[in-house]
Write a protein that binds this ligand. Structure first.
Ligand code: AR6
Length: 202
């Protein structure tokens, strides 16, 4: 339990103004890209991107968090996509759109990143995740999209290389997607955010 000598200090703490972990945000491409820390499942954006696996049926990491908080509706939509379009699973580098269920976002875009050390041409596949997710959002006239750091958790992609690839792919995709006003890159820790900032190519 944290004690405060004056109520105003408690209020500042609740608002996150003087907590050391209070999130900083950085902007690139004239504000079209925002880079920050946080929990992507709480964002009220048009689309949250999920770092899914080929099964589309859930897993750990950000995928687990999205399905837990978003509820059964997302899983049902994924099962239907599996049955109708991807009986053998969604290939790495591809992206599909579903309802966001109970999440504050409107839609979830599920993309499958490359597994480091297993998939061939992981750089091309990782770039494709970002490009196809942005193109899919643009095709549905969605203005704001939030990404986690795809493949950099369980799939083991080196975070410095992933930062260069993600930023380059996002710049390219945004140059062909005028409808997209805001892309947020959401990191789970300050350390991950720092690695991104040091290696991005915006
Ligand atoms: N908000 C933002 N970022 C998060 C959150 C969150 N709530 N939770 C985790 N991260 P990972 P991958 C970060 O492993 O490497 C799953 O089991 C995390 O710290 O979620 O693409 C899938 O089902 C890391 O930096 O995705 C697949 O089987 C980043 O999100 C497999 O993992 C991505 O980590 C996909 O592996």
């Amino acid at each position: 339990l944290r004690m405060f000598e004056e109520p105003a200090a408690a209020l500042r703490w609740v608002r996150g103004e003087d907590r050391p972990e209070a999130s900083m945000s950085y902007e690139f491409l004239n504000g079209r890209v925002e880079v920050r820390t946080g929990d992507i499942t709480g964002l009220k954006v048009d689309a949250v991107v999920n770092a899914a696996n080929s099964s589309l049926l859930g897993g750990g990491g950000v995928d687990g968090a999205i399905h837990r908080r978003g509820g059964q509706e997302i899983l049902r939509a994924c099962q239907e996509l599996r049955e109708t379009c991807y009986p053998r699973g969604l290939p790495a580098g591809e992206a599909v759109l579903t309802t966001a269920g109970n999440l504050p976002a409107r839609y979830v875009i599920h993309t499958v990143g490359p597994v480091w050390g297993r998939d061939q041409q992981p750089d091309t596949l990782l770039a494709s995740c970002y490009k196809k997710s942005i193109a899919l959002a643009a095709n549905h006239a969605l203005g704001s999209v939030a990404f986690p750091a795809i493949s950099t958790g369980a799939y083991g992609y080196p975070k410095d290389e992933a930062a260069a690839i993600a930023s380059t792919a996002i710049s390219e995709a945004l140059s062909q997607a005028d409808a997209i006003e805001r892309v947020s890159l959401v990191f789970f820790s300050d350390a991950d955010l720092d690695v991104f900032l040091a290696n991005q190519q915006f």
